[in-house]
Design a protein around this ligand. Sequence first.
Ligand SMILES: *Cc1c(COP(=O)(O)O)cnc(C)c1O
Length: 420
Amino acid sequence: MNEKTHLEDLAILGGMPAFAETLHVGRPNIGDRDVLFARINDLLDRRWFTNNGPYVQQLEQRVADLIGAKHCIAMCNATIALEIAIRALGLKGEVLIPSFTFVATAHSLQWQGITPVFCDIDPISHTIDPEQVERAITSRTSGIMGVHVWGRPCNVEALAEICGRHGLKLLFDAAHAFCCTHRGRMIGTFGDAEVFSFHATKFFNTFEGGAIVTESDEVADKARLMRNFGFAGHDNVVQLGTNGKMNEVSAAMGLTSLESLDDFIAVNHRNYQQYRKQLQNIPGVRFLNYDENEKCNYQYIVLEIDEKAIEIKRDRLLQILWDENVMARRYFHPGCHMMEPYRSDPLYTAVKLPATEKLTRQILVLPTGTSVEEAHINAVCSIVRLAIAHGRELDARLQSAEASAVMRSAQGHVAISGDA
Ligand SMILES: *Cc1c(COP(=O)(O)O)cnc(C)c1O
């Protein structure tokens, strides 16, 4: 993985790919294996694999302590945790959410017959714009679900103020924001409840997993019942529920990873600074900064590519990186409202979200995490810089190569049908 300095070095033009082993966004971080295996041995000896086992209880306690939250309810994943939080809060009718998010935010509502109403984002913070939220409130609105995109907090004060004035519930999809703060206070302590994801691609993972954190005893009690089919004791089902339980292997992974949490964050921070040093002063590229006065997990390295200011398209840059075995990602392209079932639903045909649509054409997320080292970052950045510096020439060469490929395949098609 040497740094690249000449166009001919690029794999897309016939050079050797920069990476023999593919670089991924969200490759799982792993804590101490021996400790993990010891825990798994223990749980096998105990033969207590799920149903609120001792590891799940420990994990809930440690996460609650870490966040400074009153309750943490561990779940099998964040999508089910969102669904349960939505029900525990009594949301119905319409709920206001951003479209610039992972599709689970919208699906968790739609799945239970609640209408997600998409609001535009603030183009600088990338989080839901409180002014748009206010305008979208109707008599059917029951709540707002903000998303702390990239771990950068929503405008929680403005959202809370709107909810207070209109009698709405406030839920946060905090899937990106474990261990992040807002004005010095840990995310997980805002709104009526917040939901973390511990999915394998998140910087802290339990293979699959998630959690609801809340200050409310009532919401916590309901969520615990809903997580376990509504069972309040043996043979005593007191309400509708589902199966949202986290298993003991996942909790063992979580407990082990918690012991390495500071290391994961330190590596992400180091990688972030290295990327920033190399990419922050390229005209037409906005490098997304994190507030150094806040705690942050630095799990996303985000570029905004302004196609008007530079002579290469974001998708071309993506293709160039993929050919080098750097699997950069276009989170959250094309936006939830452009995905099914929302896209074909007449309810959404008039939806116009200019800031979201612009941003989904600009974002490029680069690999980081404990499997990414300084030399990797230098090589990735050299490719990005090279491609941008020669954008126009690259585009011209690749377009003519694509045109002749189309010609060749068209001729092939004619020859085949001629034979018949
Ligand atoms: C990852 C993610 C989810 C879903 O989390 P799972 O644990 O995979 O269900 C929800 N919302 C956002 C913003 C996410 O990034």
